[in-house]
Design a protein around this ligand. Structure first.
Ligand code: NAD
Length: 336
């Protein structure tokens, strides 16, 4: 089997705990891999780098094209620019893919949830263009370009076609932001009509859409959103299937892909050994499929399904008492 060179970015907070768990599981499942470990986040500054996203880290992801990343801490209301926003923009990782699925053994209010969020990752209100007009008056620019809106719409419809999904729903607010969100909507409509008329297409104003998805999430198949809405809707949908500990993600561009859980660095539980590593392990499984290592991906999926179904080694967020290492060991035990 070919040896993969995969970039590993442990990140901050619970990042090192969950990425190390994913690394152990992937290796135990038989992945032939050389990890290229590089820093990002507050930890990069602690290690003496001048930037939270060191050039070395960017170059490693560009060179090897695939990375597994832990979450990084971003200071609120000051400090440095988000590592994630920089990474996604600099490497043009324009599509965030976040599958949200009910898991056997994870008790929630809902059953049979199986939806996928596609979030535009490079513009919108996350363009980082903020200005002080005059003391006491500040602005934040929301950017929408036809190129990026068309690119993400095409990605979503292509993804739907390849994965045999039936419907894409755009969550939007084009009734208020007529030009920017209007552009997002027009591009999605055009791609649907001209290129993918066989996939069902629907538009919902985001406030009502959130209510509908909470009322009956099984109605939703794929959600397509611009940047901010995708960020918010991802955590909302995570709550439908057991929380942030069970929702994986991928940031995909034409040249590289970075796999990471939806959750953040969880400073409230960092270093306590109680974080749920499953979302990071599942992100690793998405990465394996991207690398055409489907057999190893299936093996890991069966192993964590077995641990969840048995229900004896669940982490605290899922109602159990197991720590990060206990859960990881149980998954590895079930690989055999
Ligand atoms: P968070 O996702 O870190 O945590 C929200 C809540 O969920 C917390 O109570 C936390 O304990 C819990 N949680 C999250 N992941 C968990 C896991 N694996 N197991 C068990 N419980 C888990 O969100 P936050 O507190 O709003 O943000 C903390 C920091 O993370 C901020 O600096 C934020 O900017 C950053 N962040 C980073 C990323 C990323 O790097 N991809 C994503 C989101 C937030």
């Amino acid at each position: 089997m070919a040896k993969h060179a995969i970039v590993m970015i442990p990140g901050d907070g619970i990042g090192p705990e969950v990425t190390s768990a994913a690394r152990d599981v992937l290796e135990a499942a038989g992945l032939s891999v050389e990890w290229v470990e590089v820093p990002a986040g507050a930890v990069a500054l602690e290690q003496g780098f001048e930037n939270v996203l060191p050039q070395r880290t960017l170059e490693a992801v560009s060179a090897h094209k695939v990375a597994l990343k832990g979450p990084v801490t971003t200071p609120v209301g000051g400090g440095f620019t988000s590592v994630n926003v920089q990474l996604r923009k600099k490497l043009n990782l324009y599509a965030a893919v976040r599958p949200v699925r009910s898991l056997r053994g994870v008790k929630t209010r809902y059953e049979n949830v199986d939806l996928i969020i596609i979030r535009e990752n490079t513009e919108g209100l996350y363009s980082g263009i903020e200005n002080e007009i005059t003391p006491g008056v500040v602005t934040c620019l929301k950017v929408a370009t036809e190129v990026a809106c068309t690119r993400i719409a095409r990605f979503a419809f292509r993804y739907a076609t390849n994965r045999h999904r039936r419907r894409i729903t755009v969550f939007h607010k084009a009734n208020i932001m007529k030009l920017t969100v209007g552009m997002f909507l027009n591009c999605a409509r055009r791609v649907h009509e001209q290129e993918y008329p066989d996939i069902e297409y629907e538009e919902l104003i985001i406030d009502a859409a959130c209510m509908k998805v909470v009322q009956d999430p099984t109605r939703t198949d794929m959600i397509l959103c611009e940047n901010l809405y995708g960020d918010v809707v991802s955590d909302l949908c995570a709550a439908l299937v057991g929380g942030l500990g069970v929702v994986p993600g991928a940031n995909i561009g034409d040249e590289a892909a970075v796999f990471e859980a939806v959750h953040g660095s969880a400073p409230d539980i960092a270093g306590k050994g109680v974080a749920n590593p499953l979302a990071c392990i599942m992100s690793g499984v998405m990465m394996l499929r991207h690398l055409n290592e489907d057999a190893i991906a299936e093996k890991i999926k069966h192993a964590y399904d077995a641990v969840l179904t048995e229900g004896k080694t669940l982490t605290r967020d899922l109602g159990g008492t197991a720590g990060t290492k206990d859960f990881t060991a149980a998954v590895i035990e079930n690989l055999r």
